[in-house]
Structures are given as structure tokens and as C-alpha cells.
Design a protein around this ligand. Structure first.
Ligand code: L34
Length: 282
């Protein structure tokens, strides 16, 4: 029977710690760290995530502003807005919620953000820092996964880690962070021949595929640690992860639920990055 890794509870603990640090920051510098989130269009999932981010900022005393732009916003006005925010000393962190509407080049937008204010750590400079291990800002989801492992007492050193998914946002930085902790890392993806032969050898699986229930009990080994990054909305409106939670529960040693696993940690790591960015800018 698996230990359930309670991301919501761990998140709550970390937010208390961040809140104390933010209080210290405010008494030292006379102002709160601040985050500006830009959301373009009406994607319902993005609306939920951005609302969660704003609420979390409020919880810990970080000042946040959400800028809502219409679906038909053009690339150049979005870039202009980012450039304006880059120049404002009262803005410590800038986040453009992804995905962006068709017709806007995400890469261009990400690279318009001042690397010091890039609290997603998506720009080239920050990605290079992550790969070399010389970083202060980490991408929120992979950082959240590492923190879940650490606070659950799960050792990465020497373990066989299989990351399923190779996105720039999750899979690639996830692999880098696991390597920094001396895990032996395999990155699998949609073209991997015989995926199960890899996942069955894994001590730790991080699933970031975007397919509900994709990782099934027959694909894991007894005692594996399962980290589920997937958030899929099923037809009946429920949230389902990439891992078949019920099927894997007996066989795994530990598993994250969806919701209440990695999701809240993504939001919490954003708070941490915003505080770090603010400290660096002072
Ligand atoms: N720029 N775009 C940018 N940065 C990010 O870090 C993200 N991500 C992903 C999507 N686009 C982004 C997020 O914020 C995913 N993501 C995110 C944020 C919050 C939650 C999940 C993903 C979250 O709060 N999840 C809750 C449930 C939310 C619900 O009810 O839908 C959970 O318990 O998993």
C-alpha cells in the first residue's frame, strides 16, 4: 500500500515558511515582493491556475496583480507590455500564463521577460543556469516535485529515475534536477520503443504525458515512487492524473494524488521564486 504524498499539506507548510520570510522582507525593505501575472484569453484551466496563484500570493503577503488580456491580443502589444513591466522597479516577477492563443509565438514572449524577473525560469539564460547547476530560479513544477521528494524523505541519489515526457517546461528541467541529486535519469517520450521496459525498472517515475491513467500497474515495479504531473479533465469534469492511481496504489511505495499533489506545489514554488527574485533585485 502506497504512502500518499500530500502536496496540499506540504504546500501549506512551505507557504507558512515563505510567509515568515516575506514578513521579514517587508520589515527590512518597507515593501512587499510583487508578482505580475498576465493571462491572455479565456482558457478555463488557466483561469483556475491563475486564480490559485493570486490567492497564494495573498496568503503569504506577496503583492500580486493579474493583467487579463483578450484572446485577440497581438504579439507586439504583449511584448510592449512585458518591456514596460521589465522597467518597473515595483514589479519583481513577471509570469505569462501558458498556453497562449494561436498566433502568438510563446518563445518570443518568454524571451521578452527580463531574466531577473523570469519567475518561471523559462528563458534561455535561466535554462542554461539550470542545466549547469548554477541557478537561483527554478521552473516551478520540477522544483515542486523535488521539494515533494525531499520533504517526504525520498532519496534520489543512486536511484533509477524515469521521466515520461520531454517538454521544456517539465520533462527536460526535471531530468536536470534529478541528475543534480545524483539520480540515474532516463527520459522517455512518445517515440520511446517499449516504454514499459523502462518504467518497470524505475525506482522513481515522474509522469508528465497529458494522458489520463496512462501509467498502469503493470508498467511499474513493486515499491516504486510515483509522481504525477498530469492534470487531465475528463468528460465528466473530474481531474485525472497521468497515473492510474487506484490501479497502482497497492503496488507503489508512494504516490501523489491529482488534484492535491504536484499542482499546489507548482503554485508554492512560484511564491518562492518571486521572493528570491525580489531579494536579488534589491
Ligand atoms: N507560464 N504557464 C506558466 N507557468 C506555469 O507554471 C504554468 N503551469 C502549468 C500551465 N501553464 C503555466 C501552471 O501554473 C500548470 N500549472 C498549474 C498551476 C496550478 C495547478 C495546476 C497546474 C493547481 O492549482 N492544481 C490543483 C487543482 C486545480 C484545479 O482544480 O483545476 C491541484 O490540486 O492539482
Amino acid at each position: 500500500m502506497a504512502m500518499i504524498i500530500d502536496g496540499k499539506a506540504i504546500s501549506g507548510q512551505i507557504r507558512e515558511e515563505i510567509k515568515e520570510k516575506v514578513t521579514g522582507f517587508i520589515s527590512k525593505y518597507g515593501k512587499a515582493p510583487s508578482l505580475t501575472v498576465i493571462i491572455v484569453g479565456e482558457d478555463p484551466a488557466s483561469q483556475v491556475y491563475v486564480r490559485n496563484k493570486a490567492r497564494a500570493c495573498e496568503q503569504v503577503g506577496i503583492r500580486s496583480e493579474v493583467i487579463r488580456l483578450p484572446e485577440d491580443t497581438d504579439e507586439s502589444s504583449l511584448v510592449s507590455l512585458i518591456e514596460k513591466l521589465n522597467g518597473e522597479s515595483g514589479v519583481n516577477g513577471i509570469l505569462v500564463q501558458l498556453p497562449l492563443p494561436r498566433g502568438i509565438d510563446e518563445k518570443k514572449i518568454i524571451l521578452a521577460i527580463d531574466p531577473k524577473k523570469d519567475v518561471d525560469a523559462f528563458c534561455y539564460e535561466n535554462v542554461g543556469r539550470i542545466l549547469t547547476g548554477d541557478y537561483d530560479l527554478l521552473p516551478c513544477t520540477p522544483a515542486g516535485v523535488m521539494e515533494l521528494l525531499r520533504r517526504s524523505g525520498i532519496e534520489v541519489c543512486g536511484k533509477d529515475c524515469v521521466v515520461v515526457g520531454r517538454s521544456n517546461i517539465v520533462g527536460k528541467p526535471m531530468a536536470a534536477l534529478l541528475m543534480h541529486k545524483n539520480g540515474t535519469v532516463t527520459v522517455c517520450h512518445s517515440k520511446t520503443a517499449d516504454l514499459a521496459s523502462h518504467t518497470r525498472r524505475a525506482d522513481i517515475i515522474v509522469a508528465a504525458v497529458g494522458k489520463p491513467g496512462f501509467i498502469t500497474a503493470d508498467m511499474i515495479k513493486e515499491g516504486a515512487v510515483l509522481i504525477d504531473v498530469g492534470i487531465n479533465r475528463t468528460a465528466d469534469g473530474k481531474l485525472k492524473g497521468d497515473i492510474d492511481f487506484d490501479g497502482c496504489f497497492e503496488k507503489a511505495a508512494a504516490i501523489t494524488p491529482v488534484p492535491g499533489g504536484v499542482g499546489p506545489m507548482t503554485v508554492t514554488m512560484l511564491l518562492q521564486n518571486t521572493l528570491k527574485a525580489a531579494e536579488k533585485q534589491i
